[in-house]
Design a binder for this molecule. Structure first.
Ligand code: 3PG
Ligand code: MG
Length: 415
């Protein structure tokens, strides 16, 4: 993969940068406010570097999942403002992505100037399944620039116009963020220092089945919490009350439990949970053992004994990857499990182990719970992307960067 240094003298060149600026927003009466700017901070260094090289920097990104047409609540305007604050230089915001507004904003850029284009997903071509539709939008994007820098690690698992197709049309390079993320994840897939534990949480087991299957071949311990754990408990024949349960996955999970045993991978499940009457911060709730979850209650966090157990299982680890909260941490009564888990990772970091927190949501969770980025070895900006990387899947946004951007059909092809 080429890096920015391989692009030569960029002074006066128009550089299109794909960043992942998909940050959580809170909609208030005065407009949207950013609740966690981690992805903007992580994206700023590449943008700053290009600007300092004298390039005319055109940043493109998506926000949320609008359906191919403008939706004001998903405007990137507040993100552009925040980026300007972080860079300490004015950032121009273009009111559309490839239309008149964008063209004018790009034309008026001086060397070192930065423009942020409006949300890519306001255009149906960005996420179109049909390749010609995507290619048409990619051509419009490419026509704004001379070269392309791919720096949105959180979207490299998406074969979308601004991630994949545009790299086939322009000379391109890998940005510093994508490079750094890939370097860390590569350490997890190739010969990680052992013991190597993976902690998985979050709501849906079906999102994680692929990665679990692959991890049974690489990790020493698999620690599971969050909503997805109830499908594991059900697979062991336990009653889970009204907890989240993906019944159709029970058999697959049973198969994984058997495979883990054969392959000598330890699967660690909670021994107690916080069981609540409803999904609400003021619902009645108690800690109960996992074999005594009342029929009318739902588990919303791992219990204190489980938190201790998980911490003990992590204490001697040299490598830990964590994706997904242990409970409904946004509500204070169910935050203790996620907090304890984060603390266990901090301790591993302190003892010189490599800890990686994967995913925009998990990253936002640890910051919201008061931890600093420096408490962990690496906080990945990609959730789905980092999981798919660990799953061993080919990521279209990475493979396409191996091509030379001359429009050759082989670039980033299935090879
Ligand atoms: C994310 O937040 O997961 C990335 O920005 C990708 O967004 P998407 O899941 O909507 O494609
Ligand atoms: Mg996602």
């Amino acid at each position: 993969m080429k890096t920015i240094g391989d692009l030569g003298d960029l002074r006066g060149k128009r550089v299109l940068v794909r960043s992942d600026l998909n940050v959580p927003l809170e909609q208030t009466e005065r407009g949207a406010t950013i609740t966690d700017d981690g992805r903007i901070r992580a994206s700023a260094p590449t943008i700053r570097m290009l600007s300092e090289m004298g390039a005319r920097v055109i940043v493109c990104a998506h926000l949320g999942r609008p359906k191919g047409e403008p939706e004001p609540k998903y405007s990137l305007a507040p993100v552009a403002r925040r980026l300007g604050e972080l860079l300490g230089t004015p950032v121009v915001f273009a009111e559309d992505t490839v239309g008149e507004g964008a063209r004018k904003a790009v034309d008026s850029l001086e060397d070192g100037g930065v423009v942020v284009l409006e949300n890519l997903r306001f255009n149906a071509g960005e996420t179109a399944k049909s390749e010609p539709d995507r290619a048409e939008f990619a051509r419009a994007l490419a026509s704004l620039a001379d070269v392309f820098v791919s720096d949105g690690f959180g979207v490299v698992h998406r074969a979308q116009a601004s991630v994949y197709d545009v790299a086939r049309l322009l000379p391109h390079a890998t940005g510093g963020l994508v490079e750094a993320e890939v370097n860390v994840l590569r350490r997890l897939t190739r010969d990680p220092e052992r013991p190597y534990a993976v902690v998985l949480g979050g709501a849906k087991v079906s999102d994680k089945l692929g990665v679990i299957g692959n991890l049974l071949g690489t990790a020493d311990r698999l620690i599971i919490g969050g909503g997805m754990v109830f499908t594991f408990l059900a697979a062991q024949g336990l009653e889970v009350g009204t907890s989240l349960l993906e019944r159709e996955q029970i058999d697959t999970v049973k198969g994984y439990l058997e495979r883990a045993e054969q392959e000598g991978v330890e699967i660690v499940l909670p021994v107690d949970v916080v069981a609540a009457e409803a999904f609400s911060a003021d619902a009645e709730h108690d800690v109960v053992p996992v074999d005594a979850i009342p029929a009318d209650r739902m588990g919303l966090d791992i219990g204190p004994e489980s938190a201790d157990l998980f911490a003990r299982k992590l204490a001697d680890c040299r490598t830990v990857f964590w994706n997904g909260p242990m409970g409904a941490f946004e509500m204070e009564p169910y935050a203790a499990g996620t907090k304890a888990l984060a603390q266990a990772l901090v301790d591993v970091t302190r003892h010189g182990g490599l800890t990686v927190v994967g995913g925009g949501d998990s990253a936002a969770a640890v910051r919201q719970l008061g931890f600093a980025d420096s408490d962990f070895g690496h906080i990945s900006t990609g959730g789905g992307a980092s999981l798919e990387y660990l799953e061993g899947k080919e990521l279209p946004g990475l493979t396409v960067l191996d091509g030379d951007g001359d429009g050759d059909a082989r670039d980033g092809g299935a090879a």
